[in-house]
Design a protein around this ligand. Sequence first.
Ligand code: SF4
Length: 249
Amino acid sequence: MSETQVFKMPKIWYPEAKTHYCPGCTHGVIHRLICESLEELDIQDRVIGISPVGCAVVMHEYMDLDFIEAPHGRAPALATGMKAVRPDKIIFTYQGDGDLASIGISEIIHSMNRTLPFTTIFVNNAVYGMTGGQMAPTTLLGQKTTTTPAGRAPEVSGYPMRMSEMLATLEGPAYIERVGVTNPKDIMNAKKAIFKAFKNQVEGKGGMSFVEVLSTCPTNWGMRPADACRWLEENMVPYYPFGVFKDFK
Ligand code: SF4
């Protein structure tokens, strides 16, 4: 692969788009992997994205795709209805941990329990990002946030929730995998997982495809970008291990 090819932006990405994400935030990497996957599958004209409430609320400004905005946590319910009436469309939701694992936990469970084949990209950065770094269901034990200034303690706030493992107990989903994007090897694996999650839907495989991506939030973690990547690998990956939790092939 030539240097020019490596740095070529996917056509779906608006060339004039300037990111609003904080320096070092890995949301942008995940966006790029989505764009590359959709372009390689040549499905741009069939895709409808559902953007979340959270830091990715304006992701529609970066991609030349149809988008709809869901109220906080309700993206899977919206996707279920859309896929039911327009099975020809490729529907995906993009959700953070506050959105999916907290306020929208009922929606993701019931949507996944059905067999409608839409795709969810779940961005887990262990904190509420947009609202200023409050504890999320995925916040690690001992992790300091604005609402757990002394660190998350299980006797007060319970335990961090492993969404992929929990959702994999359902019969409905087709594919569940957890990946990361803090180094080239993990980014390449994440690309394969995101591509597969869309390909499953294109091929009409029954059930949802769900990719959890461990992502950094240097701003609310109070770290430099490189330190945030290291912190994620040393602290999040041991608790949220990478792997495939369900794959009906
Ligand atoms: S607050 Fe965190 S998740 Fe949100 S854009 Fe900034 S670094 Fe990214």
